[in-house]
Design a protein around this ligand. Structure first.
Ligand code: CMP
Length: 188
């Protein structure tokens, strides 16, 4: 069954459990679409699909510098479809909620102040293997370490004012998209 699914050109991102478990840091959200508990069950019979949506914010530094259009152009040219998008501004409280996972980090307070310091653009993006491909497109968190040609290398000012946010997992992509957008605000 796994061979059949993996060869199907309509489902290019199907992964076997073996592929997932070989990478303990896997960022694939798990959508179980085929599970065979027959006596011949083997872990490789479990098929898992990498998600096709991610979430991004164009941060206050890039918005203020007038780089939103150039960044969105790079995103579309890399094959991402914009499923939802809005310009908005976070309060410090909302920024704190969005980045709650970093609450214990020394940069948390500064990050919340910075993210509420000006307008941002929030967007849900669609592409096969969206989370991983988008993180490749934007580059490392610290622009000093970002690869040439990545969005952060080109536009980011510092590790905090790093131009764009990109979700780090399928699970967080959904949580973060839901933080900003209702069903009515996105292309289904
Ligand atoms: P982002 O991808 O939005 O996720 C968390 C953010 O915290 C990150 O981008 C940076 O803006 C910020 N951040 C991460 N590490 C540091 C750090 N060491 N100092 C300051 N800000 C940081």
């Amino acid at each position: 069954m796994s061979g059949l699914f993996l060869k199907n050109p309509n489902w290019p991102n199907l992964l076997t459990l073996k592929q997932i478990t070989e990478n303990s840091q896997s960022q694939y959200g798990i959508s179980l679409i085929s599970l065979n508990f027959a006596p011949t069950f083997k872990p490789t019979n479990i098929i898992i699909m990498a998600g096709n949506r991610t979430f991004t914010m164009i941060k206050p530094d890039a918005f203020e510098a007038g780089n939103s259009g150039a960044i969105l152009k790079m995103i579309e040219e890399a094959g991402f479809k914009i499923v939802a998008m809005k310009a908005t501004r976070l309060t410090p409280e909302l920024a704190g909620k969005f980045y709650e996972v970093h609450k214990a980090r020394p940069f948390y307070a500064d990050l919340c102040n910075y993210m509420s310091s000006g307008p941002i653009i929030a967007a849900i993006l669609e592409k096969d293997n969206a989370v991983e491909d988008f993180r490749t497109l934007i580059g490392a968190t610290n622009p000093a370490n970002a690869a040439e040609g990545t969005i952060r290398k080109i536009f980011a000012k510092s590790i905090e004012a790093n131009a764009v946010h990109g979700s780090d997992s399928d699970e967080n992509a959904k949580i973060e998209g839901d933080f900003y957008f209702s069903q009515l605000e996105r292309v289904l």
